[in-house]
Design a protein around this ligand. Sequence first.
Ligand SMILES: N[C@@H](CCC(=O)N[C@@H](CS)C(=O)NCC(=O)O)C(=O)O
Length: 224
Amino acid sequence: MPMIHLYHCVSARSFRPLWMLEELQLPYSLHMLPFPPRLKARSFLELNPLGTVPLLVQGDVRMTESAAICQYLAAAHPDAGLDVRPVDPAYGAYLNWLHLGEATLTFPQTLVLRYGRFEPRERQQPQVVEDYRRWFLARLRAVESALARSEYLCAERFTAADVSVGYALLLAEHLGLSPEFGERTLLYWHRLQQRPGYQRAMAAQIEAAEEQDVPTTPAPDTRP
Ligand SMILES: N[C@@H](CCC(=O)N[C@@H](CS)C(=O)NCC(=O)O)C(=O)O
């Protein structure tokens, strides 16, 4: 298989594919970018006109959606057990959690980030921040409820769906929302952070940022 190239900003959504690559122990080349690349690494727009991370390139494959990349990597390496096959009764739940991690749990947090941190003071919107903070915490109840049945979200084992939702919890921690996690969600979040794959991904992004002379400030903590 051709080499995997991942374009990444520290602790941005591109952490999802990085975490997957470390869980799968695959070889990859990590290209670090300052955040936001749209403003601070203009030449990246030639590779990804959206200006967003992740960008994963593997031969002719080119992907820019973090949950889809998790699904792609898990399915391409089924022996590693991070995938759930269509014949498995847990397949529907797997896809649902995998996509809920981005579409339902990360989306409201991006509004909190944008209108609470990234916009200049005169454009900040405290009401938007409060409304979407509550939105996120309300949606997170689905995670709390699923964890009453199992240590992981589906298939009774760690899968790519946990990586997808796990990133939403990492982002929430950067936003100061983790003290409001339910008890089971908090334990789950601690469990995810104990994983050697998670810890290797955390270390790899800092090491690569230092080597490539890119700031190590996590993207969600960036200020204008
Ligand atoms: N739905 C996409 C969203 C990608 C995205 O918006 N990434 C953010 C980083 S977390 C980004 O690159 N933002 C920079 C910008 O919008 O200029 C995904 O899940 O990968």
